[in-house]
Design a protein around this ligand. Structure first.
Ligand code: ZN
Ligand code: ZN
Length: 375
């Protein structure tokens, strides 16, 4: 039996679908038949070659993709429950971490598995056994020690697909930053991460959520995800005006928390100035290297400012992300976060169109693409 893997030969070019033998799971491993894979902003960065410094030059044959869900095809010996302790059977719908905290280092022992310096990342060189190491393939081979969760029946594959990246990371970040009941939270950027953050902040008990973006359609969506106030960069054209708008909405004191989901370094000093004394700035948006900003360190001291970064997440966050989705299915329009679903065989169209939409000067990209692996 063989399955397809999408292999990239040149940055910005076409993928080629290659067949590889489907492996038998070793003891402790799980073979998953993927049903969906997401095209995330960081996948577009990799495809364009903007992550070369992180991942090295293009290997001969690159394979990647990290947002996905599927069904258990085969359980290795000794696997009978998911990471929550729920019984696991072949055919169950599942999602899982795409990285592997070691669980045995001083960082993991401090309950910081999301920051594990030894965490293993997926092998991105195509043709490396067990072949199915990433999302853009018919199968995924979850090695022993991976963290896998059953997807609640009520949560569709389309809605569950970004849970193991955007949603889990947002939930982890807001928890690390310490959102509390009654907080006023400012979200910079209403893309996929920012919209998830609006809904999660709401669910965590934020009293008011203020969202900034340039695109009206995104701000509309932010309101559907629970934003109380939306501030348009098209109308508030300078940082001073936007900072003033936040101050006006907070009685002149500033927000308890400001979170960056934009990824341009200029937004950081602006967001820091929107904080109240003792407030917290959460940085999640910057993923490509070189995002340098400048700020007066004395202002951080005088402001008793906390700054929290969040990359990846600890395994609990994915379990919580799935409960969050089940709990809020009727409350927020999660289905609107995936705008285009392509068959796996059309992966080249999916990347080109997602790239075009993201780069387009109209800035109208309000949501994202996904691949249906079984169509
Ligand atoms: Zn992602
Ligand atoms: Zn570790």
């Amino acid at each position: 039996m063989t399955g397809r893997v999408a292999v990239l030969k040149a940055y910005g070019g076409d993928f080629e679908l290659r067949e590889y033998p489907v492996p038998e799971p070793e003891p402790g491993a799980i073979l998953i038949r993927l049903t969906r894979a997401g095209v995330c902003g960081s996948d577009l960065h990799i495809w364009r070659g903007e992550m070369k410094e992180v991942y090295g030059g293009l290997p001969k044959d690159l394979t990647f993709g990290h947002e996905m869900c599927g069904r258990v095809a085969k359980l290795g010996a000794g696997v009978s429950v998911d990471a929550n302790g729920a019984p696991l059977h072949e055919g169950d719908r599942v999602t899982f971490l795409y990285f592997f905290p070691c669980g045995r280092c001083p960082v993991c022992l401090r309950d910081e598995m999301g920051s594990c310096p030894r965490k293993a990342r997926p092998n991105r060189v195509a043709g490396t056994p067990p072949y199915f190491n990433n999302a853009y393939g018919d199968y995924y081979y979850l090695r022993p020690g991976g963290f896998l969760f059953r997807i609640p029946d009520e949560v569709s594959d389309d809605i569950a697909t970004p849970a193991n990246c955007a949603l889990a990371q947002v939930l982890y970040g807001l928890t690390r930053a310490g959102v509390r009941l009654g907080d006023t939270v400012v979200i910079q950027g209403a893309g996929g991460l920012g919209l998830n953050a609006v809904a999660v902040a709401r669910d965590m008990g934020a009293d008011r959520v203020i969202v900034l973006d340039r695109v009206g359609a995104r701000l509309d969506l932010a309101r559907a995800f629970g934003a109380d106030h939306t501030l348009s960069l098209a109308e508030l054209t300078t940082p001073e005006k936007r900072i003033q708008a936040v101050m006006d909405l907070t009685g002149g004191f500033g927000a308890d928390m400001v979170a960056d989901f934009v990824g341009y370094p200029e937004v950081v000093p602006e967001g820091l100035r929107m904080l109240r004394g003792g407030g917290c700035y959460l940085e999640i948006g910057s993923i490509a290297p070189g995002n340098v900003f400048s700020y007066d360190a004395t202002a951080l001291v005088r402001g008793n400012t906390r700054i929290v970064g969040a990359s990846n997440y600890s395994p609990w966050a994915l379990g919580q992300a799935l409960s969050f989705l089940r709990r809020n299915l009727a409350r927020f329009p999660f289905a609107r976060l995936v705008s285009h679903v392509y068959p796996f065989a059309a992966i080249n169209d999916a990347f080109r169109e997602a790239d075009w939409q993201q780069r387009g000067n109209d800035g109208l990209r309000i949501s994202r693409a996904a691949l249906a692996m079984t169509d």
